[in-house]
Design a protein around this ligand. Structure first.
Ligand code: SF4
Length: 346
């Protein structure tokens, strides 16, 4: 999957006229052909030579799991035999605090993950490799084809830490937002990170008005480090400095993601501290009751405790949502489906 400038350079090397660029972009991103052979207005030698080097579908469909509320999870196989997961959420009121017609796709950015957040199955098996830009974009193309739905909202919250795959993420974002590409508005794209401080500052320099979500899960170093090892490298104060930088460049509210884990980060004092943190960067908060992960010891608080936590935030003037459960019955915590497949238990 190529950007306009990459394709243009490539075609120059093949001594092709410049109008081929638009022809090919149109075939790939608008007409959605699966192979170079299908591009009937290109010379056959060119098709043959490009198809050897640039496969148009670098991943294939393995299985789909759908839950009662119609969230669907797709297990996709990469050319090297690895697996990634992509989740389609037809409407996501709890993510946005409103009823919407959004078709949200949650995409993966890496195979496995090196960051080892303690609530997450993706980190259980370590990091394997970055996804290419083509593999990121192809998740959208393939799911649109399989589901018949047009994806109009995108979240980088699947497997992997997107900011640890920075160059490929930026290339994918270019293709996804471009009018010659998928044409999804930057404001409908959220990149979620565990809090890589240097990359947050770098991402703030992108001209696109994408949204940023932070996996916070603890309002102070002591609590957050128990849940997210990355906090030892980038402590909360440094993270919030980087978020100030983000705010100075973008006019989108940051979202703080906060998984509520019983006895770990769900005390009312945590909620009070979270109010101060969120206020300092004018962020909204997305509360997610912990989803049980096989092999991990934590449990979710009661619904009443979750509601009480939320109440402290809203009373403190923070816009907060308590996410309705989605996909609980399809191993929707990121990485679980892929892990089962690779361990041969699926
Ligand atoms: S939550 Fe994200 S960054 Fe943390 S281990 Fe899972 S995939 Fe990696």
């Amino acid at each position: 999957m190529l950007t306009r400038s990459q394709l243009s350079n490539l075609l120059e090397q093949h001594a092709q006229p410049s109008y081929r660029v638009n022809q090919i972009l149109d075939w790939i991103y608008k007409k959605r052909v699966h192979s170079w052979e299908g591009m009937s207005n290109l010379p056959s030698e060119l098709r043959e030579s490009l198809s050897a080097d640039f496969p148009l579908r670098p991943l294939s469909h393995v299985l789909t799991k759908g839950s009662r509320d119609t969230t669907r999870k797709f297990l996709l196989k990469l050319a090297d035999g690895r697996y990634v997961e992509t989740v389609l959420i037809p409407a996501s009121p709890a993510l946005y605090g409103e009823t919407s017609d959004r078709h949200t796709l949650c995409v993966s950015s890496q195979v496995g993950c090196a960051y080892g957040c303690k609530f997450c199955a993706s980190g259980l098996d370590g990091f394997t490799r970055n996804l290419t830009a083509a593999e990121i974009v192809s998740q959208i193309l393939l799911v649109e084809e399989l589901s018949g739905e047009k994806v109009n909202n995108l979240v980088f919250m699947g497997m992997g830490e997107p900011l640890a795959n920075f160059e490929n993420l930026c290339q994918a974002l270019e293709i996804i937002t471009a009018h010659w590409g998928l044409g999804i508005g930057a404001r409908r794209i959220t990149v979620s990170t565990s809090g890589l401080v240097p990359q947050i500052k770098k991402l703030a320099e992108l001209s696109q008005q994408i949204r940023l979500a932070i996996s916070l899960h603890g309002p102070n170093d002591e609590t957050r480090s128990q849940i997210m090892p990355v906090n030892r490298k980038y402590p909360v104060a440094d993270l919030f400095d980087a978020l100030e930088v983000w705010n100075s460049k973008k006019n989108q509210k940051i979202t703080l993601e906060y998984i509520l884990i019983d006895g770990i980060n769900s005390h009312i004092d945590h909620a009070r501290e979270l109010v101060q943190r969120a206020k300092s960067i004018r962020a909204k908060v997305n509360l997610i009751p912990y989803n049980t992960v096989e092999g991990l010891p934590w449990v979710r608080p009661t619904d009443q405790d979750c509601l009480s936590f939320k109440k402290v935030l809203t009373n403190g003037g923070i816009s907060a949502t308590l996410r309705l459960e989605k996909g609980h019955d399809i191993d929707a915590a990121c990485g679980q489906l892929r892990l089962k497949k690779e361990q041969g238990t699926l």
